[in-house]
Design a protein around this ligand. Structure first.
Ligand code: HT7
Ligand code: ZN
Length: 884
């Protein structure tokens, strides 16, 4: 596929002012009539009308009622020469939603019709200048058989609806706002709605609806509550109000991603809407809340102000992820009350950083590394990445840190005042931030241009005579594909200095009149800078990058004693957690390298201290006592040896489980939650800590722990406890997992979302018993389960995605069976759903980091996929880059 370059952006010569769409919905032959008023673009030079078209049959196309004088067509693009300033282009297309397994464009799911147009799905519905900088006013008429599709929805406001002959009916919708084609949506299905009427800050009444299949109506309350909380938060935090009279969320079980922010008609993967205590865990509840918030926040950051082109994707995604992270942190802090707010915020921050480290750091160090604003791509669907989303959010967070909350808010206000209703660039956003704060942010823009995770290192010296502490910070960003040299970035480094008594020291830089706060943000702008702190009484221990103030890897030599000290004393809860992670990393990597064969007693003691510190919030303890992900640790290992790492992780789990067995059992006892299930962070924290305790106990094969897990499984009153107990049994050498898995299947055999958990649990299972079959064999067997389907992305992500991405120790088994299986599945998926196939394909992109033996096993499989027939551009880009 050709490579598209950001530098090649040109405005279109013709754009669209309004479009009137008419759908006659039929499973195999839907007719789409598109009447659009095309107008010359005053910002562009002369040129033809350009339309995109893909996977559709064009039955007719006229310009002002006549066949066009000149029409050229190549590579999915149509060029039409037209005279004058404004013409009416009418296009009739026929599409086959039933055969559309890509889930892009118009497709069917459970007999209903749904659309997914981001990024380039609209061109699979009708011929259109399908770019985000073409913002038009839409009216949409839907016609369908009433019995099959009693509900007909599209963006905006319902103008009229009624009956048609032969059992058909229609509905006509109008969206009062200008929008790009990627935000178009329709739904025609048999659904029912949970409804609420709420009043906005300015006193307007608006109707909120959550549309689901009838049997799921009892699982929508939490999504509705989340939507209302999101509306209130955006009003309070940013002064942004819902701009429509009606806001709809629709749940669909076949969906490539999490959800989609179509104007006024958000379409969601069922996974991020449906929740009730018997089927959803605390984490599911949390995810529903944050995805509902994310999509709702897009209404302003993405929809009202959108992206000029897809290279600017982080403009809406990074900013909206930052907003949903802030929202979730505020919700958690509010629930925790003033005493627990700081810890609650830290727990959320830890969650977010875990995701960044596990998903984005490896991406930044591999062949797909790209800046948050990429310079080129072959397939835009491959660029909905952890870099664009999560690192993008970190970049926005740094602006927030550098400008302060008020400065950031002023920047947002100015951004909206300049750009509401427009399609703009990341430069426009940062310029608004700079102007509102009288700041020069030119150097900050390097964050948008440079790929790779910067390394931050620190050297320190203590001068007892002058009681001063000198800290030299330096930065370096490693080369990434196409970017051999990097410039210094603006890096906010939040730091504290901890005295020998474990207390933070008030900070005073040389030249300052008096000591100030105990945490302050230093701004690093050069490759190396020195900071001298004075007025200290003894050599301090530095606590750097508090709250993870920048998305960098901190390279700091700290011995075991210092890590244990920070685990016990760091006043910054994030850094306390990070010290535990670093200590675990050191221990696990030493075991994996064969340098050690057992856990250091000091490490066990440091864990015991955290575990038994009853003053610490249980949710925080659950985070601090959980090991780093294998994905992150493999990134820190060179060469990466997943099988050796797995053996090491087993030793760590087993060792901590055994050595602290009584303490873990004590926790299970002390953390019991009474009363009916409620989704509340305090209860969730207790359940999380208990679940972790059961995991350590079962990993250690502790008989009391195994019996407790079994009892908790059988007596659980909600999915969080039931699933945690089941997971603990599965991650053990005990045979009790077999009947428990069967019982679970029996109970939930017709619940698709719960079965996803069941599939994922088995795909992620470690092999605790030499005699057990390899996980790849279990995964293969599970593919034959009637509930599994390669056509349903949730199933693929649960079973195959978990095996390929979250079970490296089994996936990379030395016999290469996992790699052959991977290639088979990527090839099979490629034929159905290229987006999903490409996501699975990415599981091996960092293969060059592995041991020579693994590389030798993986390479032929990558080559086999590349040579396979009808390879989609999506998969071809991933494999091509991996092999280049
Ligand atoms: N903006 C949405 C992205 C999305 C998407 C992109 C490509 C293919 C399918 C997709 N479904 C949703 C989701 C979001 O970030 O809010
Ligand atoms: Zn988004």
């Amino acid at each position: 596929a050709p490579t598209i370059q950001r530098a090649d952006y040109r405005p279109l010569a013709w754009t669209v002012e309004r479009i009137d769409l008419h759908f006659r919905l039929d499973p195999t032959a839907t007719l789409v009539t598109n009447r659009m008023v095309c107008v010359r673009n005053p910002d562009a030079g002369a040129g033809p009308i350009r339309l995109w078209s893909e996977a559709l049959e064009r039955l007719s196309l006229t310009v002002d009622g006549k066949a066009p004088v000149s029409l050229r067509e190549a590579d999915g693009q149509i060029e039409i020469d037209a005279d004058g300033e404004r013409v009416l282009v009418e296009v009739l297309t026929r599409i086959n939603p039933q055969a559309n397994t890509t889930l892009s464009g118009l497709y069917q799911s459970n007999g209903g019709y749904f659309t997914q147009c981001e990024a380039e799905g609209f061109r699979r519905i009708t011929c259109f200048p399908d770019r985000p900088d073409v913002m038009a006013r839409y009216t949409v008429t839907l016609e369908a058989e009433r019995d099959a599709c009693p509900v007909l929805l599209s963006n905006g406001n319902l103008l009229e609806q009624g009956d048609l002959p032969d059992g058909w009916h229609y509905a006509k919708w109008e969206d009062p706002f200008l929008k790009p084609s990627y935000l178009f949506a329709l739904v025609a299905a048999r659904l029912e709605a949970l409804e609420r009427e709420v009043t906005t800050a300015s006193g307007r009444k608006v109707l909120l609806q959550v549309w689901v299949e009838a049997r799921d109506l009892d699982r929508c309350e939490h999504a509705m509550e989340s939507l209302i909380h999101s509306m209130r938060w955006d009003e309070e935090a940013f002064g942004l109000e819902l701009d429509l009279d009606r806001f709809m969320i629709v749940a669909v079980s076949d969906f490539n991603m999490g959800a989609m922010e179509n104007k006024g008609l958000n379409i969601f993967n069922t996974k991020f809407v449906l929740a009730k205590p018997d089927t959803a865990t605390d984490i599911d509840y949390e995810n529903v809340e944050s995805v509902v918030a994310h999509e709702y926040f897009h209404n302003w950051t993405g929809n009202r102000v959108t992206c000029r082109d897809w290279f600017q994707l982080t403009l809406k995604e990074g900013l909206t992820v930052f907003r949903d992270q802030q929202f979730s942190a505020d919700m958690l802090a509010r629930a925790a009350g003033p005493e627990g707010a700081a810890s609650a915020r830290a727990v959320k921050r830890i969650d977010d950083v875990r995701v960044l480290r596990a998903a984005q750091f490896p991406e930044d160090g591999g062949p797909m590394a790209h800046p948050i604003r990429p310079d080129c791509y072959q397939e835009i669907n491959n660029f909905y990445t952890a870099t664009v989303y999560e690192k993008g959010a970190e970049v926005i967070r740094m602006l927030h840190t550098l400008l302060g909350p008020e400065g950031f808010r002023n920047g947002m206000d100015l951004y909206f005042s300049y750009h509401d209703g427009r399609a703009v660039t990341c430069d426009d956003f940062v310029e608004a931030m700079a102007e509102a704060n009288g700041r020069d942010l030119d150097q900050f823009m390097h964050w948008y241009a440079q790929a790779g995770t910067p390394r931050l290192s620190a050297r320190a010296s203590w001068d007892a005579a002058s009681a001063s502490y000198t800290l030299t910070l330096s930065q370096h960003t490693p080369p990434t594909p196409g970017q051999p040299d990097k410039r210094p970035l603006v890096i906010p480094v939040a730091l504290g200095l901890i005295g020998p008594d474990g207390q933070d020291c008030p900070l005073q830089l040389d030249g300052e009149a008096s000591p100030g706060a105990c945490t302050r943000v230093l701004t690093l702008t050069e490759a190396e800078q020195t900071f001298r702190f004075v007025g200290l009484t003894a050599e301090p221990v530095p606590s750097l990058l508090r709250g993870f103030s920048a998305p960098v890897i901190l390279e700091l030599e700290e011995d075991d004693a210092r890590l244990a000290f920070r685990m016990a004393n760091d006043a910054d809860p994030f850094n306390r957690w990070d010290a535990a992670q670093r200590y675990s990393e050191r221990v696990a990597l030493a075991l994996a390298a064969g340098i050690a064969d057992e856990l250091p007693q000091a490490y066990v003691d440091a864990f015991a201290a955290l575990l038994n510190d009853g003053r610490l919030d249980p949710a925080f303890r659950a985070q601090a006592l959980a090991l780093p992900t294998e994905g992150y640790l493999l990134e820190r290992m060179s060469p990466a040896d997943p099988v050796a790492l797995r053996s090491a992780m087993v030793v760590v789990m087993h060792g901590l489980g055994q050595a602290l067995a009584d303490d873990w059992l004590g926790v299970c006892d002390a953390m019991q939650v009474s009363g009916p299930y409620r989704y509340h962070p305090a209860d969730a924290g207790r359940r999380a800590l208990t679940g972790l305790a059961l995991r350590y106990l079962c990993a250690a094969g502790d008989e009391r722990g195994l019996a407790l897990a079994q009892a908790r499984y059988e007596g659980a009153g909600n999915m969080t406890e039931r699933f945690a107990a089941l997971a603990a049994l599965v991650q053990s050498a005990s045979t009790a997992s077999v009947p428990a898995l069967e019982a679970f299947h029996q109970r939930y055999h017709d619940d698709a979302l719960v079965l996803d958990k069941w599939f994922a649990l088995q795909a992620g299972a470690w092999r605790w018993n030499e005699a057990a079959p390899r996980t790849v064999e279990c995964v293969r067997a599970l593919m034959a389960d009637p509930a599994f389907s390669l056509s349903n992305p949730n199933k693929v992500y649960a079973l195959l995605g978990t095996f390929f991405r979250a079970n490296p120790g089994e996936f990379h088994a030395a016999d290469g069976s996992g790699h052959v299986f991977w290639a088979d599945q990527v090839i099979a998926l490629n034929a159905r759903n290229p987006q999903v196939a490409a996501r699975m394909a990415r599981a091996l992109e960092n293969w060059r980091r592995y041991t020579p033996a693994l590389q030798a096993s993986i390479r032929p499989q990558l080559e086999r996929v590349l040579a396979s027939e009808d390879l989609s551009p999506d998969v071809a880009e991933v494999i091509g880059k991996a092999l280049s």
